[in-house]
Design a protein around this ligand. Structure first.
Ligand code: GLU
Length: 453
């Protein structure tokens, strides 16, 4: 007897269903739509994906765990936060993805991040599924002891849901090596196990060389790959970058190393424009200012002559050749994309996750400029996390130059995979399409192998 199944109808109907099942979750719906736009075309003549309802299943997280996190602030007051872990898909490996601490965090944002992570991790070629977690805890203005107490309390619940072969969290916005240290310490204390349950650890206790640099460096390697595919390079290019955290500062560093000129960086207060270029010395100053002194980017304009601060604005109207949005989701809107195109920008590589909204993505696609979505361009971070997992399993630490060349190789591999599915006949590469299809295919084919689970 022939199985009776329903084909995925069409994109608008499919998206209607996603919206209905995920009310008030615009970021998640947006991320699904960006992928579904390309996948519908790809699976049109592939009945096995329809029969197994792969797209429908991939757009439903395996599970969403939500929990209460109590902690005591320095005044002795009890504070209550919400914590989450979204385990999206483990078809090709243990769930893997960062932890974000941000006041505005919610389930929609985490579901979109876990969904994106699934394709990103598949693109790296390493065996990692997709997950994401975090809390609406706001680290701004908190003392180190408050952050430690919060991390310990957060892990006291999270530990039961994770494990080196189950789910391996790492850092993200608001979570760096310090927070990972506090969480790893608490995990070890509760379980009495020393395993590679978190990545982004300190070098003394199982961390990997170049993990902090990997996302920003990787994004620039990807940008370089796109430019080289068109016979161009980074040298002499003017770059506009948003953000001033781990991803943005390391992207800036790599642009400078490769002979480009970085004109801007930003934070939630606005952006700084330095027409002389943000050199390595200035990047070092920003790193220290933002992390150790927990300062604002606006102070840069007082420190360095010729630079200006633009309060409440994003940097997308500054004339440039290449742009790297490295701050957060939906920071580059349709109008910004049009301004970049009008100003002659030829390539955009997303260092953040989904920084460009759907209008922006469509504008870049239409203008046929080189546009690398985050799931391809910023995969270097999680890729080195994957290498950290391998080193932990092996109980060895690889050398820096080995890891540097592995990161390079992985970014080259992602670029190749994007070309396979995104190379159009007229020579223009649709990297969004290439990344979506290559990531989807790997996860989908693994799911097919498992049957209906
Ligand atoms: N949070 C990073 C990302 O968005 C890294 C995740 C990881 O290393 O697991 O990919």
């Amino acid at each position: 007897m022939n199985a009776i199944y329903q084909r995925h109808v069409d994109l608008p109907h499919f998206m209607e269903g996603v919206k209905k099942r995920n009310p008030h979750q615009p970021e998640f719906v947006q991320a699904v739509q960006e992928v579904a736009e390309d996948i519908f075309e790809f699976i049109d003549d592939k009945e096995e994906y329809h029969e197994a309802q792969i797209l429908r299943r991939i757009a439903e997280p395996d599970r969403v765990v939500s929990f209460r996190v109590c902690w005591e602030d320095d005044n002795g007051s009890i504070r209550v936060q919400r914590g989450w872990r979204v385990q999206n898909n483990n078809a090709i490996g243990p769930y893997k993805g960062g932890i974000r601490f941000h006041a505005g965090l919610n389930e929609s944002v985490l579901k979109f991040l876990a969904f994106e992570q699934t394709f990103k991790n598949a693109l790296t070629g390493l065996p990692m599924g997709g997950g994401k977690g975090g809390s609406n805890f706001n680290p701004k203005g908190k003392s180190v002891r408050e952050i430690m107490r919060f991390c310990q309390s957060f892990m006291t619940e999270l530990y039961r849901h994770i494990g080196a072969d189950v789910d391996v969290p790492a850092g993200d916005i608001g979570v760096g090596a310090r927070e990972i240290g506090f969480m790893f310490g608490q995990y070890k204390r509760i379980t009495n196990e020393f395993t590679g349950v978190l990545t982004g650890k300190g070098l003394e206790y199982g961390g990997s060389m170049i993990r902090p640099e990997a996302t920003g460096y990787g994004a620039v390697y990807f940008l370089e790959n796109m430019l080289q595919h068109k016979g161009e390079g980074i040298e002499g290019k003017r770059a506009v970058i948003s953000g001033s955290g781990n991803v943005a500062t390391h992207a800036a560093e790599k642009i400078v190393q490769l002979g480009g000129k970085v004109l801007t960086l930003s934070d939630s207060g606005g952006f700084i424009h330095d027409p002389d270029g943000i050199t390595q010395d200035k990047i070092d100053w920003i790193k220290a200012h933002k992390t150790r002194r927990r300062g604002r980017i606006s102070d840069y304009a007082d420190e360095f002559k010729g630079a200006t601060f633009h309060e409440g604005e994003t940097p997308w109207r500054v004339e440039c050749d290449v742009a790297l949005p490295c701050a957060t989701q939906n920071e580059l809107l349709g109008e910004d994309a049009k301004a970049l195109i009008a100003n002659g920008c030829i390539a955009v590589a997303e260092g953040a996750n989904m920084p460009t909204d759907l209008d922006g993505v469509h504008a870049f696609k239409e203008a046929k400029i080189m546009f690398a979505p985050g799931k391809a361009a910023n995969a270097g971070g999680v890729a080195v996390s994957g290498l950290e997992m391998s080193q932990n399993s092996e109980r060895r630490a690889w050398k820096e130059d080995q890891l540097q060349s592995m990161l390079r190789e992985i970014m080259d591999g992602i670029h190749e995979r994007c070309l396979t599915y995104g190379d159009r006949r007229d020579g223009h590469v649709d990297y969004v399409k290439g990344a979506n299809i290559a990531g989807f295919k790997k996860v989908a084919d693994a799911m097919l192998a498992f049957g209906m689970v």
